[in-house]
Design a protein around this ligand. Sequence first.
Ligand code: GCW
Length: 706
Amino acid sequence: MTKIRVLVLILVFQFINNTSKANNGYELWMGYEKITNKNLFVKYQTLFSVIYLPQNSQDETIAILKKELQLASKKMIEQSPRFVNQVSEAQIIFEINKAQNKINEEGYDIQTSINAQQKTQIKIQAKTNIGLLYGCFELLRLVQLQIDPSQIHTTSSPALSLRILNHWDNINRSVERGYAGISIFNWHTLPDYKDKRYTDYARANASIGINGTVVTNVNANALFLTHDYLVKVKALADIFRPYGIKVYLTARFSAPIEIGKLKTADPLNEEVKNWWKQKANEIYSLIPDFGGFLVKANSEGQPGPQNYNRSHAEGANMMAEAVAPHKGIVIWRAFVYSNEQPEDRAKQAYSEFKPLDGKFNKNVLVQIKNGPIDFQPREPFHPLFGALPNTPVMMEFQITQEYLGQATHLVYQGPMFKEILESNVDASKKVIDVVENKINGLSGISGVANIGNDINWCGHPFAQANWYAFGRLAWNPRLSASQIANEWIQQTWTQDKNVLATIQDIMMSSYENMVNYMTPLGLHHIMGNGHHYGPMPWGNTLSRADWNPVYYHRSDSLGIGFNRVATGSNAISQYEAWVQNKWSDSSTCNEKYLLWFHHVSWNHRMKNGNSLWNELCYKYNEGVKGVAQMNSQWKSVATQINAEGYDQVKQLLDIQLKDAEWWRDACLLYFQTFSKQPFPLHYPKAKFDLPYYQSLNFPYAPGNGK
Ligand code: GCW
């Protein structure tokens, strides 16, 4: 055989054998690839041939559901379903059953059975049309995962009532901490131009159970509350409603002054109260199911009740009163800290909010970031979880990777979300239990969105896995990170078992690798000023001490780390005694939090016998090696996944590897100026010297959007 023939044969073989998905990422996890398993293909063809839907063709949600079934059937099993009016004729039956007591208002029950005519039937029951839509997406997910229909028995209700994306999107379409293009919300052409993307966005969210979206930045612009903009928001709300998604807005506390021409925004002032009531009435007259307000107050320069010597509770309650008659809620952020305060920044949110427990109106939730500082690669859980037994609380995760390599690094956040949720707040209770516990009927979770107008929505082809993971965990926080990764890969990259396992491995190791090459052993906030990309542990030039990296690592000739135990800031005292016991002694403290809680000597003995300095070197290099491993694993699947996607990720992984080395070398050279110790034997030599790393400057790094 000639060489050319062999080559042609190889190419043909690869083409036939290629079970990978070719896409540009726009379809997210709803590519609905053709079912490759022949047996299942036939079974699903039969099942999806005759479908019964509730007989209300006017209902928009049911129309969406129908369209989804048509699209998915066409793509996965290459046929169009027939919709029938008789339950008895159908093989897939969607029906409302208000008496179904195994589920809540948004839940669904999906059961396979064999009917009298020996035909397999799948019945999807829910109490509401939205529940049916969620059930439909679940069924389609199971089909995409090529589950045998006989195995389909699932009863599921969302664990949390509020599952919300927070967009830090500005009126001019810049996105604060956004790395995937500009905002998908085009305020200029709204309300008249309804970009198809709004519908696709709502559909994607509904497919993973997200039921709310805050479309505006928490660093809020009062203009959004003017009539002209509310009309635009209404247009979005109308598009999102049939997908079960409520719209929320951020409310700028000083709006009564800025757009209401009042002299004050004092929450106890009658005119101010009245202004907010009128504003709420206006909003609800346009958007009857408006979700409510999200507020960042007295934090990083935002106005708030403290400008008038009022408490956060007084501020929140005033707004809560305005939306209460309309069943709206107020989500008040606990992300507060002030540089005028001499107190450790990690302590300030607890100090301010703990005394307010039980003082909020019934329709107020306090939204708490996962950790006490600020979305760092790794933080212990926020001490407010478990400390506000009389206040509904919401978890705030950051899906956009502000401090996690942004849209350049492959970091799957599933393991990070889980690490926080599974942390014990005391001997018998986990963060997950606190978050799931409804108070005043409310519980919830927010994710700061990583969505922009990039063709694949999230920038890095793997970043959409974090949006997916957030939604899946918001629905069921007990799912495992690896299961979610596995589902996502099957719906996006491949069904091939070996390739799937390799990609899953890359994803599952990516979080720990990133922590290691950026901030191992409890280090935090040592990244570039402002844009937060790349290392800058030497940073000490910002006007606020608590924005400078040196504030956080506290290296000196004696050692490194932030002393947060009794001899230091005592931030540890904000945790339950059971937790304190685990972390308060530097010789027994879980080493992933060592430098978060302790200032230890460079020669501190680690549990494995290494000195702290050597262990730090070791950890940084582990991170780099981990990324090198991700790189070679990725290369190993090159011919088995779609070429365009492969190449994109490959290029990004190359940058990530360079960045990981940059982090390691810049940080260690800098810390060495304090430790005065040599690198361990055979340690990789830094490419450049410290002054070089210190000279690097990125004035136009993305995400600072104003
Ligand atoms: O992480 C920090 C970001 C700010 C952000 C702030 C917050 C919206 O650097 O850009 O502001 O948190 O969460 O309010």
